[in-house]
Design a binder for this molecule. Structure first.
Ligand code: GTP
Length: 592
């Protein structure tokens, strides 16, 4: 498997051992550990001066910037070889109250020069999801600066639950909405009015049932999804290779860039990172992948087996049935026809008569399609400064979840990670990112719902660069790929990122929901035209019989798949490896 990120011009991550089904099955999860060489560059820490906010409208109407914060994972000035315990965790399928553990947060003095209003946090138990298995480390906690109560300013936050009807064609919120106060929501000790004002009771966030929140979010998203589905149903865009990213249009677009909101002094809070005590796996990674791809295997591979077993020779009827199976598995019509055509030629050329031989031909061709897009599969980190990943996609495909999972990977690799809530449209989306930040133990920069996403992103980058973060993951609101206005908003966000940090974003990651099938190709094409997609994540492969979409997406878009989502848990995001994927798909039935 290829390493999942590397520094530009740096050494390539050490090739981890290939995941062999048999070998892995009998070995502990640590076998899958990837090693990466990371040169953590720590620039001179910038001094973030308090900026006096010029109220645009009445002072009382100026809502504050909300900055959720935890102290970043310590960076090192020396190149370090970091072990990436990728996918080491065997996640608990559900958080049971019995499994929750309590972490005592220890209050500590805050470093000087920060906000004038500083209240010492009251130690309060924090209940974390069991799957994180946070181990309280008093020493570590004592070393961390504790949370700062910014209640006097945060109290003015008033969250407006976004109306889903606005999702279709909303305009960026007026600048006045973007404000200048920092919240410290991650701290359990912060019992400022902000907590309720942001509709995120701290207890709810901490008490470890993020899935419950997510399900609420799902309900809220239903309206958006329905309209999206309707629009998608009308769409008849033929799958075709991604067009050129419209850089010219992007450059020519002289839309007014957002006035950056004032950046208030930001105070590190006590992180909940702790040390994750991860349970040893009782199943191999490969077997898990096999299991999660079970629906596709049942609908695709086992049907192939049945077909080939029931036939004595390769004839026209067999090819026709094969065609139907491939299309049903969502390989797409064009890909299927090309594949069948190639198989016919090979059968003729090699004078094959055994139907079983066809299975190998199909398997090899699917692998070829997937490998064709494996340009560099690794994410290439810049030599200096934060590695900025902008995550885009339509509503509900799994962007926020994927961000949380990617953050967890970086954290395991020893990188400091900052999440930026560029999805300001729904309060629930901000909340969801906060929950993920909490689970992973990373900071989240957010403003109030309705804020101009570009401003949030600008402030996030400001904060991330001045605090020497290694990785900045930017969430964006889900949007119909067919919605011109919303795609324009996305372009603007990207421009703002590039303006603030030349060369960024270093990755524009499009998240595609594998269960949506061929529409994913259209999404990829239109997002690429708008913002230049550089990598893909395919989610929900565990929940679909249409995993063949992976081959089709690779063939049609020629864009590398970085990750695949095979579940909702924190470790259900796998580095994509073409061979492993095809192997897991075509391998025999996975044992429970
Ligand atoms: N089974 C499964 N569910 C997933 C996967 N990835 C995400 N999900 C679920 O998909 C749902 C939507 O995920 P989100 O992360 O909220 O999607 P989003 O793209 O951020 O949604 P918007 O904010 O509406 O744009 C959640 O219930 C996730 O738990 C996956 O790989 N497998």
């Amino acid at each position: 498997m290829l390493g999942w990120f590397k520094k530009k011009f740096g050494k390539k991550p050490a090739e981890p051992e290939a995941v062999e089904p048999e070998a892995v099955a009998s070995e502990p999860m640590l076998e899958a550990t990837e090693e990466v060489v990371v040169h953590a560059v720590v620039p001179e820490p910038a001094v973030l001066e308090p900026i006096v906010e010029e109220p645009i409208i009445e002072q009382s109407a100026v809502p504050p910037i909300v900055v959720e914060e935890e102290a970043p994972v310590a960076a090192t000035t020396e190149p370090a070889v970091l072990a990436v315990p990728d996918d080491v965790v065997e996640p608990e399928p559900a958080v049971s109250p019995d499994e929750e553990i309590v972490v005592e947060m220890v209050a500590a003095a805050t470093e000087g020069g920060e906000p004038s209003v500083v209240e010492e946090s009251v130690p309060e138990p924090v209940v974390l999801p069991a799957d994180l298995e946070m181990v309280p480390e008093v020493e570590a906690a004592e070393e961390q600066p504790e949370s700062i109560d910014l209640a006097p300013t945060v109290a003015e936050i008033e969250v407006v639950e976004a109306d889903s009807a606005l999702a279709e064609e909303r305009e960026p919120a007026p600048e006045a909405v973007v404000a200048a106060v920092i919240e410290e929501p991650q701290s359990p000790a912060t019992e400022s009015p902000a907590a309720s004002a942001v509709e995120m009771p701290e207890e709810a966030a901490f008490e470890g049932e993020p899935e419950a929140d997510v399900s609420t979010i799902e309900e809220e998203r239903a309206t958006d999804r329905e309209s999206e589905t309707a629009a998608v149903a009308q769409e008849a865009m033929p799958p075709e290779t991604m067009g050129e990213h419209d850089e010219a249009t992007e450059q020519a677009d002289t839309a007014v860039e957002p006035e950056p909101a004032s950046v208030e002094p930001i105070v590190p809070a006590a992180p909940l990172v702790g040390r994750t005590q991860q349970k040893p796996a009782n199943k191999s990674l490969f077997k898990r992948l096999q299991e999660r791809l079970g629906k596709t295997r049942d609908a695709f591979i086992y049907r192939l087996d049945s077909l080939f077993l029931g036939k004595k020779e390769i004839d026209q009827d067999l090819f026709e049935q094969l065609e139907e199976i491939l299309i049903t598995a969502d390989l797409g019509v064009a890909t299927t026809l090309e594949l069948i055509d190639g198989a016919r030629k090979k059968v003729k050329r090699d004078q094959l008569s055994d139907p079983q031989a066809l299975k190998a031909i199909i398997r090899d061709q699917i692998l070829a399609y997937i490998e064709a897009s494996e340009q560099p599969a690794e994410l290439v980190m810049p030599e200096e400064g934060p590695f900025v990943i902008m995550v885009v996609g339509v509503n509900g495909v799994g962007k926020t979840t994927t961000i949380g999972k990617i953050a967890a990977k970086f954290v395991r690799a020893g990188q400091s990670v900052l999440l930026v809530a560029g999805d300001t449209f729904r309060a629930a989306a901000i909340n969801q990112l906060r929950i993920w930040g909490e689970r992973v133990g990373v900071e989240v920069i957010a403003q109030k719902p309705g804020a101009d996403p570009s401003s949030v992103v600008f402030d996030g980058l400001e904060y991330g660069t001045s605090h020497n973060y290694d990785v900045i993951l930017i969430d964006t609101a889900g949007r119909l790929h067919t919605s011109v206005n919303l795609m324009e908003e996305l372009k603007k966000i990207k421009r703002v990122i590039g303006k603030k940090l030349p060369g960024a974003p270093h990755e524009v990651m499009l998240v595609l929901d594998a269960t949506t099938g061929q529409n994913g190709i259209s999404q990829a094409k239109l997002f690429h035209e708008a913002v230049g997609v550089t990598g893909l994540t395919l989610t929900k492969l565990d929940g679909t019989a249409k995993g063949g979409i992976v081959a089709n997406v690779c063939r049609e878009t020629k864009t590398p798949v970085r990750f695949i989502g095979i579940g909702e848990q924190i470790d259900d995001l796998r580095d994509f490896d073409a061979r492993e994927f095809v192997e897991a798909l075509f391998a025999g039935r996975a044992e429970g």
